[in-house]
Design a protein around this ligand. Structure first.
Ligand SMILES: [Zn+2]
Ligand SMILES: [Zn+2]
Length: 284
């Protein structure tokens, strides 16, 4: 048995405890789920019983960690009502996480309506920073906010942008990072050789700090390297070289982190056992 931690994003339909069962059924060690419907503004409002049921299921299946993925509607860079709703939704999400013993929420921080090439140059940047600070201030608890790197022109395409956000927020302890292999591939980041892998993570350590990297999304890609398109594909079926996955599974820092798949599934029903097996097979 290896000591790596591999899991999947699973549906929370029927309750968070159900999501625990679903990921355990496919052999996962850790879990990502939505706190509520990812395409609406409805926010989670759990009863004590639902929290207890989830905690019991998490314990029973030995899932560690469990993390939320924030709804896709979130845009913390928006200056209008969407920005306000995003702050509120993220505060509720982090409070729910804290109640449940969930480590936090992975978020796509957002995008601007025009010319996204250099979002850090925009006056909007200040607003993004204020919104992230508001989320952390108003959810005064132990749950983290994980900025996910993006594969498109959205904010967070490269680690310098993410570093700038963390720096301008004052480097709060609860602001962390999640890296997605499909998004890195789309953004033109190369992890396929030993050297490129080491170079990338040593730069990450310099500009952000490896102590902030806590979650890895492991997905293959339907799109070419550097294409700024980031459609997820099943492991081994896409355009990401196998050596990228082998590096992720066997090298520090990633091999020690929870590796979570968000693949379409070989039967199109989402992350499945076959994807986890494909990954584990690279360890031998
Ligand atoms: Zn994501
Ligand atoms: Zn992802």
């Amino acid at each position: 048995m290896s000591d790596i931690t591999i899991g999947a994003h699973k549906s929370a339909a029927g309750g968070y405890a159900k999501a625990c069962e679903r990921v355990a059924d496919i052999g996962g060690d850790c879990l990502q789920l939505f706190s509520s419907s990812p395409r609406t503004w409805a926010s989670a409002d759990l009863s004590e019983k639902e929290v207890d049921d989830f905690k019991q299921a998490k314990e029973k299946h030995g899932l560690d960690p469990v993390v939320f993925h924030a709804p896709y509607l979130i845009n913390l860079a928006d200056r209008d009502s969407t920005g306000e709703k995003s702050v509120k939704a993220m505060v509720n999400e982090l409070n729910t996480a804290d109640r449940c013993g969930i480590i936090g929420s992975v978020v796509h921080v957002g995008s601007y309506k025009t010319d996204d090439e250099k979002p850090e140059d925009k006056a909007h940047f200040k607003h993004l920073i204020e919104n992230i600070q508001a989320v952390l201030d108003k959810s005064d608890n132990g749950a983290n906010l994980y900025i996910e790197n993006m594969g498109t022109r959205k904010i967070g395409k490269d680690i310098e942008q993410i570093a700038r956000i963390i720096d301008d927020c004052g480097r709060p302890d609860r602001l962390k990072v999640c890296l997605d292999t499909c998004h890195m591939h789309a953004a033109g980041i190369d992890l396929s050789s030993d050297e490129s892998y080491q170079d990338f993570f040593s730069e990450f350590d310099d500009v952000i700090g490896l102590d902030r990297l806590e979650v890895i999304h492991v997905n293959d890609s339907k799109d070419p390297h550097g294409s700024l398109r980031d459609r997820h594909e099943n492991i081994g079926e896409g355009s990401i070289p196998e050596s990228v996955f082998t590096n992720i599974l066997t090298k520090k820092p990633t091999k020690d982190l929870p590796l979570i798949i968000e693949t379409p599934g070989f039967d199109e029903n989402g992350p499945d056992q076959k994807n986890l097996k494909q990954l584990r097979s690279l360890l031998h």
